[in-house]
Design a protein around this ligand. Structure first.
Ligand code: NAD
Length: 358
């Protein structure tokens, strides 16, 4: 790690965070053009951890809204995975293709350093492992690196394993099956997570229907898994038992929910419900929804190995199995109380936070 370079041009301001949040800080650096925000939602369970997103927000309010929303989401995701980490997030304002430079990322690294280890970052939309390597020249509180003693690399295989185990658990509870042989499963999005998931499902004998905007990915799934491909909008009408959204957020709209023939929804995508009320719509349709931030927690488990410097190779796997335990608690409580699973999941984490508050 290098010594911090000139900070003369850097201005760091504490802003007033929204109610229930610990901190909101803005950093502007005239030399590199950095304009960034860090939101700390909670450090109750440990230092806040959550990625950095770079996006061309047109208004400061939009950036603040996004960073706080994502920061709170990280508290819930980290707590669901039972990690000794709190929730935080950062955003860099600007078009990554236009203003991102190694110097800007180094300035961002200095901003991270300002938090003295109460906030760890990693890559998110618009930020690559290479960008993070530049930030890491200025601070050690960066994860998602490709080299170094605890570098965790691509989290997708670990995420896919967590999704696979959670999907199985949800199928067991809703469909009464303890293996996926012969189950008809629709996988939306065959990216880093979706393709790895499809492979695990295929290996267990599931019959796959897939969609993707990328034709090469479809060809690969057809030849490796005998998957049937359907159009981007047709995947919702597929005659399947399970739907695994592994592409975009917000896909579970009232219209999509009314079309789904699957009885189980479990996938990797973040923020699958277009609004929280959609959890209730799914329940009314008899579809068991596995809350996304539990199901896809493998990604943050992988990053946590790096942040916490865990050397025990079984530590990550135990946390992945812990995701399934958390999910099981949520599904059991939802069945006992008749409450939608997304509401039960949030309440479970709220209780945990309240206990931590003493
Ligand atoms: P990715 O970019 O590798 O894959 C996304 C895939 O979805 C691509 O193949 C893309 O072509 C496809 N796609 C895009 N729009 C589509 C559409 N309308 N219909 C069908 N396919 C479409 O991303 P990923 O790393 O595999 O992550 C998938 C999802 O899981 C994302 O929502 C991500 O935020 C979430 N997630 C990923 C991780 C991880 O470890 N990678 C962890 C947690 C959550």
């Amino acid at each position: 790690m290098n010594k911090p370079f000139s900070i003369v041009s850097m201005q760091i301001d504490e802003l007033k965070p929204s109610r229930g949040y610990e901190r909101l800080v803005r950093c502007r650096d005239t030399t590199t053009g950095l304009d960034a925000l860090i939101s700390i939602h909670s450090t109750k369970f440990g230092p806040a951890a959550g990625g950095c997103r770079m996006w061309a927000y047109t208004r400061l309010e939009d950036a603040i809204y996004d960073v706080e929303r994502l920061s709170r989401g990280m508290t819930y995701k980290n707590a669901a995975a039972d990690l000794p980490l709190g929730g935080g997030k950062s955003v860099i304002i600007g078009d990554p293709d236009k203003i991102k430079t190694p110097a800007l990322m180094r300035a961002f690294g200095q901003f991270i350093e300002h938090f003295n280890g109460t906030y760890y970052t990693a890559e998110d939309v618009g930020i690559s492992p290479n960008d993070m390597a530049h930030a890491a020249e200025m601070t050690r509180y960066v994860a998602g690196l490709e080299t170094g003693e605890f570098a965790s690399g691509d989290p997708s295989p670990v995420t896919a394993r967590g999704v696979y185990l959670c999907l199985k658990k949800t199928a067991e509870v809703r469909l009464g099956v303890n293996n996926l042989s012969g189950m008809r499963i629709a996988v939306q999005g065959l990216g880093n997570v979706g393709m790895a998931l499809a492979e695990m499902l295929h290996n267990e004998g599931a019959v796959l229907t897939v969609s993707d905007i990328n034709k090469d990915r479809l060809t690969e799934a057809r030849s490796r898994f005998g998957a049937a491909e359907v159009g981007l909008n047709d995947i919702y009408d597929a005659d399947v038992d399970i739907f695994a959204p592994c592409a975009l957020g917000g896909v579970l709209t009232p219209d999509v929910i009314s079309r789904l023939r699957a009885r189980v929804v479990a996938g990797a995508a973040n923020n699958q419900l277009s609004t929280p009320d959609c959890g209730q719509l799914l329940q009314q349709e008899g579809i068991l929804y596995a809350p996304d931030y539990i199901v896809n927690g493998g990604g943050i488990v992988n990053v946590a190995v790096e942040i916490l410097g865990k050397t025990d190779p079984e530590w990550g796997e135990r946390r992945i199995l812990g995701l399934v335990d958390t999910l099981n608690t949520v599904l059991t409580r939802a069945a006992q109380t008749g409450t939608p699973t997304n509401i039960v999941a949030d309440a479970l984490i709220d209780e945990k936070l309240e206990r931590a508050n003493g």
